[in-house]
Design a protein around this ligand. Structure first.
Ligand code: ADP
Ligand code: MG
Length: 316
């Protein structure tokens, strides 16, 4: 039995590394994109991401438009996470029998709405029948200087774009089939997440990031990826992590912990990066902590607690 997604990818990576010797121009498994060095200041970025009905989305609460939108968003986000600009995408679909041509139109309207907004062309794909609806996108982007997960070091500051937690709340609201009227921001964040292409240039220019990742598994687990990659730790200040008013109100009404959402919510597609700079005057990008030599520490009301990292894992 497969025990965990991350162990599985590690063993696939070992197998691949044994069988092939990478050229110095190629950076392979372990980051948001694979990187191909075209010239000294031109790098191709490649990534792929799969969305499967009843695993990643459920047609009882999402439209095909939204299923398409968020699949494209997930792919584009990985290009931004490397500091790149998306160029083109290939879309492969597996189609079950109950899907009508109108539904496929709707799916493509969603895929295109996100692609066009982010300057990406859908340039091809593949089509097959399938038992569930499958959307698999491969994306190509470019950058003059990739920002890797590797590069963070003790003393660097940790920054987060936007806020976290809404996507998890949105999913819970959608799953519970309760009235979602007062949770519009949460359900929208889950159904139509917006990758942070609006901030990549500012991040690259003003912050000169030493490492970057997008939040697909959850703030903690994705920060954990950066720390593992760099053999370092972190100290996160709970009160600095931005949370939307809608989530704050929900947690205070229900008397539940905000951090259950802000630290563990996946599919946020916000950017998490480290930098030597200390900048606090951009309200869209928040300083939330620092990289340390070791240990994962959460600071709540000035009290430090060591934490374990848990996040979404497909096989757990
Ligand atoms: P992200 O959350 O940014 O999409 P993933 O967690 O999906 O990243 O993947 C982490 C790394 O593992 C990436 O570099 C990806 O290319 C690689 N990876 C994931 N699945 C496979 C696979 N089946 N074969 C080879 N590499 C994989
Ligand atoms: Mg990613």
């Amino acid at each position: 039995m497969i025990k965990g997604e991350f162990k599985l990818i590690e063993s696939i990576k070992e197998r691949i590394d044994r069988a092939q010797k990478f050229s110095e121009k190629i950076y392979g498994i372990g980051d948001d994109c694979a990187v191909y060095k075209i010239s000294d200041n031109r790098f191709g970025l490649f990534s792929t991401d799969i969305s499967i009905e009843n695993v990643h989305f459920d047609l009882s609460y999402t439209s095909l438009f939204n299923a398409g939108y968020r699949s494209m968003a997930a792919n584009i986000s990985d290009i931004y996470a490397m500091g790149g600009k998306p160029v083109l995408a290939l879309v492969s679909i597996g189609i079950p029998q109950n899907i009508t041509p109108q539904m496929i139109d709707e799916l493509y309207d969603g895929l295109l709405a996100c692609a066009v907004k982010h300057g990406t062309f859908i340039a091809g794909g593949d089509t097959s029948k399938s038992s569930e609806l499958i959307i698999n996108i491969s994306i190509y982007g470019e950058t003059s200087a990739p920002v890797y997960r590797k590069g963070a070091k003790p003393g660097d500051r940790i920054y987060l774009t936007g806020n976290t937690g809404l996507s998890k709340l949105g999913l819970e609201i959608l799953n519970s089939k309760s009235a979602s009227g007062s949770f519009r921001n949460s359900t929208l964040k889950h159904l139509q997440p917006e990758p942070r292409g609006d901030l990549t240039e500012i991040i690259l220019k003003n912050y000169i990031p030493t490492s970057m990742i997008d939040i697909s598994d959850g703030l903690l687990i994705d920060l954990g990826h950066i720390c593992e990659m760099n053999s370092c730790g972190f100290k996160l200040y709970e009160e600095k992590i931005p949370v939307h008013d809608e989530l704050k109100k929900f947690c205070s009404d229900k008397k539940i912990s905000l951090t259950d959402y802000s630290l563990y919510s996946g599919e946020e597609y916000e950017l998490l990066f480290t930098s030597e700079k200390y900048i606090t005057d951009d309200e869209r990008i928040t300083y939330i902590g620092g990289i340390t030599p070791r240990g994962y520490t959460l600071v709540i009301d000035n009290a430090e607690t060591e934490i374990k990292i848990n996040g979404y894992d497909h096989f757990k």
